[in-house]
Design a protein around this ligand. Structure first.
Ligand code: HEM
Length: 458
């Protein structure tokens, strides 16, 4: 547990409306609103989201303490019916003993040794996308990145068992993601689950498609016999086998329903987050010829024209720094929160139970106190010998503490290998116009990024 040495002295933020509080200003432009809280009021600001008392944190020490205590002293903020309908009762929605058990069963399936086994699939999926590109093509970057990460996660989860069902399953997840995003932005977030809307009907149909297929795959695997160890013994090396093989301390496996929930969560949590990070990376690279030149020089030097492997990952240091800097400027998960339980304290101050405590990687990552020239894309700030060390928890695109992202290593390896595979052969040139981020479930570009593909001739 982290207890910070910086005292918490919350100050009141901007006046809100009766009942709605600051919801209208937050809803209009959340990124500008939160930046204003930090710049005009300070490091710990009271505000209200509708009737809910809220506290917004900007100091990395407070953020570290919040993230470190979330499992023990905070409840999960309800982010709506649609999200729960998709992920079920998986690790991401669980608390306490139930969460501990699920986390301990899922974590081994995505630990670094397992991620090694998925690297070839990541490169393969990026190569087949690149094989379809021609010099001069116009492509929608976000769509292209989503196609790649969707294929990666589906193959890592289910091996090659999906066959011609891949498209239908990917389409169903896209519908689910759209409905979750729309629900979060609109008033339907506050509608109880029994209220039916056209969007919710679409979501139900999409979840039925996903459930039918995932349960079919689980049944087929169970007929083959549950593997007892890591999954590879049964000749399979995918996430589904690993989830089926997992045992808790009492030697109990996950039930088929639990396996479904964890598999779908890894898919939902792992696909659009990574494609969004890659999309912003291309946007930043297109506007930074020097960073792009250095990237291409590194790729030539390390790879010499061959596709990357997992062993190249650690040698691709500049590529890693580019991804890290893109995650700083455009963190896909831009807002994190916990609901204080009775007795929760922060910086030595007791918080009223029910307070929603927020922090935002978007505002912290752009705070000039921790990142000099904070709005500039400068991957060199991550050079080992940089004169400006970054304080702990000033960079936290994957959250932190016990509930830190389970797929952080998976996502970082995927982003680096996919970027390396594509940038080896192509540049994506984007018009030099500013792109406004839109804060939905994830931080997305507000308009399509239409790029011209340029072959590098390698
Ligand atoms: C760039 C890509 C990614 C980003 C930015 C990201 C970000 C995050 C963040 C910030 C959290 C913590 C949320 C919170 O504390 O409220 C989280 C949790 C989680 N992430 Fe990721 N993630 C990414 C990729 C992935 C991938 C690839 C997977 C799976 C393969 C994954 C699986 C999960 C799971 C299961 C949790 C819940 C952990 C728990 O509650 O114990 N994520 N992610």
């Amino acid at each position: 547990m982290t207890t910070c040495s910086v005292p918490l002295t919350p100050v009141p933020g901007p006046r809100g409306l009766p009942v709605l509080g600051n919801l209208p200003e937050f809803g209009r432009d959340p990124l500008a609103f939160l930046t204003r809280l930090r710049d005009e009021f300070g490091d710990a600001v009271r505000w209200s989201l509708g009737p809910r008392p809220s506290l917004f944190l900007s100091h990395p020490e407070h953020i570290a303490e919040l993230l470190g205590a979330r499992e023990r002293a905070y409840d999960i903020l309800d982010i709506g019916w649609a999200f729960k309908r998709v992920v079920g009762q998986s690790v991401i929605m669980s608390k306490g003993e139930d969460w501990r058990r699920k986390r301990s069963l899922v974590q081994p399936t995505v630990r670094p040794r397992q991620v090694r086994a998925y690297a070839a699939t990541m490169v393969d999926c990026a190569r087949s996308a690149a094989d379809g590109w021609r010099d001069g093509d116009r492509v929608d970057v976000r769509h292209q990145m989503a196609l790649i990460t969707q294929r990666v996660v589906l193959r890592c989860l289910f091996g090659n068992d999906l066959g011609d069902r891949t498209r239908a399953l990917a389409d169903a997840m896209n519908v689910a993601e759209q409905v979750i995003g729309a629900e979060l932005r609109g008033m339907s977030l506050f509608l109880p689950g029994w209220v039916t809307t056209p969007a919710r009907q679409r979501l139900r149909a999409a979840v039925s498609t996903i459930d039918a297929e995932v349960h079919r795959l689980i049944r087929a695997r169970l007929r083959e016999g549950r593997p007892q160890g890591g999954g590879a013994e049964a000749g399979r090396d995918d996430l589904l086998s690993r989830l089926l093989a997992a045992r808790d301390e009492q030697g109990r496996p996950l039930s088929p329903r639990e396996v479904r929930d964890e598999a779908v969560t890894l898919w939902a949590a792992g696909h659009e987050t990574t494609s969004t990070a890659l999309t912003w990376t291309w946007h930043l690279l297109s506007a930074s010829p020097s960073a792009r030149d250095r990237l291409e020089t590194e790729l030539d030097r390390v790879l010499g024209g061959r596709p990357p492997t997992i062993d190249d990952h650690d040698r691709l240091t500049w590529t890693q720094q580019i991804v890290k800097e893109a995650l700083r400027l455009y963190p896909p998960a831009w807002l994190l929160a916990g609901v204080a339980r009775e007795g929760a304290t922060l910086g030595g101050t007791r918080l009223p139970a029910g307070t929603v405590v927020w922090c935002s990687p978007w505002t912290t990552h752009r705070d000039p106190r921790w990142f000099p020239r904070s709005t500039e894309f400068r991957p060199e700030r991550w050079d080992g010998d940089s004169p400006d060390p970054v304080p702990d928890h000033a960079w936290y695109p994957f959250g932190g503490g016990q509930r830190t992202c389970l797929g952080a290593r998976f996502a970082q390896v995927e982003a680096v290998l996919v970027l390396a595979t594509l940038a080896q052969r192509f540049r994506l040139d984007l018009p030099p116009t500013p792109v406004t981020p839109r804060a939905a479930l994830l931080l997305q570009p507000s308009a399509p990024l239409l790029a011209t593909v340029r072959a590098t001739g390698r």
